[in-house]
Design a binder for this molecule. Structure first.
Ligand code: NI
Length: 177
């Protein structure tokens, strides 16, 4: 399919809530997922949500093996998650650095639930139900926030912890996107 342009913060389409997928195994859904995979791979992202390519539907993809954008991150299996529902396992919160393909060149320190249960469906309508923690939990919360029209800078508690990657981490070789 195709690498799509990623919408950037300021585009009002990123602020709209997404709609659930009603039918699985359609060409529309297959094509959307292929476009998302191609786009995420081309930008070496850890995740991508459909609204980031201008599609107002509840579909996210994520996965990380070794990613230069997140050099210290644990690996997360590649996952296609449709119509997700998130449930924090407890109240424990951890702050961690995040970036976003819609906010290129920047990082922010964002509080997230450390332990998370997420449910939803894969591209064929098969149920997904996982309980995860740490970076995996963070990625899922970040991507699913996109479906509610929330970008990570909106969750930063102290805006002094938001800035350009190159200035925040001058000694690290992190991709500037
Ligand atoms: Ni993002």
């Amino acid at each position: 399919m195709a690498i799509k342009p990623v919408l950037r913060m300021g585009d009002p389409r990123l602020l709209e809530p997404s709609k659930p997928i009603k039918k699985f195994r359609t060409a529309e859904l297959r094509n959307l997922i292929t476009d998302m995979r191609d786009t995420m791979a081309s930008l070496k992202g850890a995740g991508l949500a459909a609204p980031q390519i201008g599609v107002n539907l509840q579909v996210v993809i994520f996965g990380i093996e070794s990613n230069p954008r997140y050099p210290d991150a644990e690996s997360v299996p590649f996952t296609i998650l449709v119509n997700p529902k998130l449930t924090p396992v407890d109240k424990e919160i951890e702050e961690g650095w995040e970036g976003c393909l819609s906010v290129p060149g920047m990082r922010g320190l964002v509080p997230r639930f450390l332990n998370l249960r997420y449910q939803g469906f894969d591209e064929n309508g098969k149920k997904i139900d996982r309980t995860v923690d740490d970076f995996h939990a963070r990625v899922v919360q970040h991507e699913c926030d996109h479906l509610a029209g929330i970008l990570y800078p909106m969750r930063i508690r102290d805006m002094r912890n938001f800035g350009y990657t190159a200035e925040l981490f001058p000694d690290e070789d992190i991709a500037d996107d």
